[in-house]
Design a binder for this molecule. Structure first.
Ligand code: XMP
Length: 257
């Protein structure tokens, strides 16, 4: 079966872009929110390879209504779709949540490795694999406070040695067969370290460019395969032009995993 990882690579190569649009629009009115979501997705579709949605949009548009239509539109534009669920619960509720996202049409989900494998993410990974869907793991987030969790030194239960949490998470991504990891673009040293562990076997998705301070070019140089970009595109006066120029900057030295 064509895996999510392969489908992302193919979408990225055929469209000539490694940008993932984070469509985090906010509007009190669901109708105008849906209309704006559709307009921006259509405008920037030629310059992105995937659409990433987050819970604020899902809460307002509803999975069974506006979101399904948006996912269908994304697929018509040959975009992969990612739900930024940051799954972080026990197995049965992770599985029930993931199943709803998959059935609505999402191609992949983001999950938090803090919850662990057994009785945590095990059944969701198995279900994703059964359906040909992708699982992407958080490895180092882009905000400052990420240092408190992802950046802390912890004792590796296998060896008894102290190691950075994010390094163990990158190793788990390999062991668990993840289809991607998220590493913030705000700390390029973490991107390079994770790249060194994954050796190109698991692609790196990197949020945190531009508005959060990261540089698209530096992030790609340090190892990011895909860049997740939100406000710098949808809040700009001309989302299409912004997406095109970020795409040009990001792809000038891009070779997807
Ligand atoms: P901006 O507007 O800053 O949006 O370009 C970034 C998008 O990425 C999400 N985000 C993250 N998602 N791990 C994630 O899984 C992260 O470290 C991270 N940092 C930002 C954010 O929710 C938004 O959609």
């Amino acid at each position: 079966m064509f895996s999510f990882k392969d489908a992302m690579r193919s979408a990225s190569e055929s469209k000539g872009t490694n940008l993932v649009l984070a469509l985090d629009l906010v509007d009190q009115n669901p109708r105008s929110l849906a209309a704006r979501s559709i307009r921006i997705t259509e405008d920037v579709a030629p310059y992105i390879c995937a659409l990433k949605l987050n819970r604020p949009l899902i809460l307002k548009l509803c999975l069974e209504e506006g979101i399904k239509d948006l996912l269908k539109l994304a697929h018509e534009h040959e975009l992969m779709t990612i739900m930024d669920a940051k799954l972080n619960d026990v197995a049965h509720t992770n599985l029930a949540t993931a199943t709803q996202y998959f059935e609505a049409g999402f191609d992949a989900l983001i999950a938090s490795p803090f919850v662990g494998w057994e009785g945590g993410l095990d059944s969701t990974f198995k279900e994703a694999s059964r359906r040909g869907k992708g699982m992407i793991l958080l490895v180092y987030m882009s905000h400052k406070g990420a240092a408190e969790g992802y950046g802390q030194d912890v004792v590796d239960a296998r060896t008894g040695h102290s190691r950075p949490q994010f390094v163990l998470f990158a190793e788990k991504a390999m062991t668990w067969g993840a289809d991607g990891v998220v590493v913030g673009a705000t700390q390029v040293d973490k991107l390079s370290a994770v790249r060194g562990i994954l050796q190109g076997k698991v692609p790196i998705y990197s949020p945190g460019v531009l508005v959060q301070g990261g540089s698209p070019k530096e992030a790609v140089k340090a190892g990011a395969d895909y860049l997740i970009v939100g406000r710098a595109i949808y809040n700009s006066e001309n989302p299409k032009k912004s997406a095109r120029s970020i795409r040009d900057e990001a792809t000038s030295n891009h070779e997807p995993t």
